[in-house]
Design a protein around this ligand. Structure first.
Ligand code: SF4
Length: 330
């Protein structure tokens, strides 16, 4: 998979003609078959050292919870955990898919932990979270794809910490999407996130087990069932996508009435994962962000270190205010 991507020609993101959103820097560019050797300065992050980081980790271990922060080797973990913001990954630490970008372990997952919903509620209460993000591995082995566990976790959070707003980031529930979405929407999360991850052309190499239009349809279904739930989706840049392909993804998302778009740099977690084709500059991320806002998203986060759950609480508050302002104008 990596070699298929690596052999692609340079992305047209490199040459926009006006020089203002040129994303390729000569010393960071990729030769065919290679990830750029040096990470640019804007990607470097501090190693986690704060006492709060250790406390967050201790809490997760004590409650037998997994986090995507650790499993995905997220570069923001030092900052987020210092502020006691962790994204809990339910349904185990083993995924039934093998996406080319993802660091989460692949294999046959174990049994679903019946205590997990209560433990998530306990963790949110103990961390004093105003906003929590819950995600999961793909569980293609379960008849409901894991939707029932999302429902239980939402119910437990509402019971344990009623003021906390809830954002869920789900898999695509391949083959049982309608039933899964119906059940989860009925549990009324505040934000329903499902990431498209990349442009449709790159799906066979990057997200081989998924279908671009099925993912879009999932988010459309959420809105159809309950338009008051905010929908959110994200893409990684630097995988070889072209500028106009990213614009098309934005248009597709707006057609599905998605409220919030996140865009961040793909970082290769290990040499076994797909190559970084380019490091997109902060200026280019700003330009993509401006285009997304012009296309009508309520909220946009676009920077090299943006991740779905990065600063999710603040972003949620802004998005809610933006919706209220829009409704007041109408
Ligand atoms: S950005 Fe999200 S996944 Fe990364 S450390 Fe922060 S909360 Fe965890």
């Amino acid at each position: 998979m990596g070699s298929a991507l690596a052999s692609k020609p340079s992305s047209p993101l490199a040459g926009t003609g006006n020089g203002t959103i040129c994303t390729r820097m000569n010393d960071l560019s990729n030769s065919p078959g290679q990830t750029p050797q040096r990470k640019p300065d804007w990607i470097r992050v501090r190693a986690p050292t704060s006492p709060a980081f250790g406390e967050t980790r201790e809490l997760m271990r004590r409650l037998n919870l997994n986090t995507v922060c650790e499993e995905a080797a997220c570069p923001n973990i030092g900052e987020c955990w210092k502020n006691k913001h962790a994204t809990v990954m339910i349904l185990g630490d083993t995924c039934t898919r093998a996406c080319a970008f993802c660091n989460v372990k692949t294999g046959m997952p174990g049994k679903v932990d019946p205590l997990e919903p209560a433990h998530v509620g306990e963790a949110a209460a103990e961390l004093g979270l105003e906003h929590i993000v819950i995600t999961s591995v793909d569980r293609d082995d379960l008849p409901d794809g894991g939707a029932g566990q999302f429902v239980k976790v939402i119910a437990e959070l509402r019971r344990a910490t009623p003021a906390t707003t809830i954002e869920i980031l789900t898999p695509d529930f391949r083959g049982r999407m309608r039933a899964a979405v119906e059940a989860i929407v009925a549990a009324r999360p505040d934000v329903y996130n499902h990431n498209l991850e990349t442009v449709p052309r790159l799906y066979p190499a990057i997200r081989p087990g998924a279908r671009y239009y099925a993912s879009l349809r999932l988010l459309e279904e959420v809105k159809r069932h309950d338009p008051s739930i905010f929908t959110k989706s994200g893409v990684m840049l630097g995988l070889g996508e072209q500028r106009l392909e990213v614009h098309q993804v934005m248009d597709d998302m707006r057609c599905a009435d998605i409220d919030f778009l996140t865009m961040g740099q793909y970082l290769r977690p290990t040499p076994k994962h797909t190559d970084v084709i380019e490091y997109v500059t902060p200026k280019a991320f700003d330009a993509f962000g401006a285009i997304a806002r012009a296309k009508g998203f309520l909220q946009v986060a676009s920077s090299p270190l943006t991740r779905s759950s990065y600063h999710a609480g603040e972003a949620f508050a802004e998005m809610r205010a933006a919706r209220e302002a829009k409704l007041a104008k109408a």
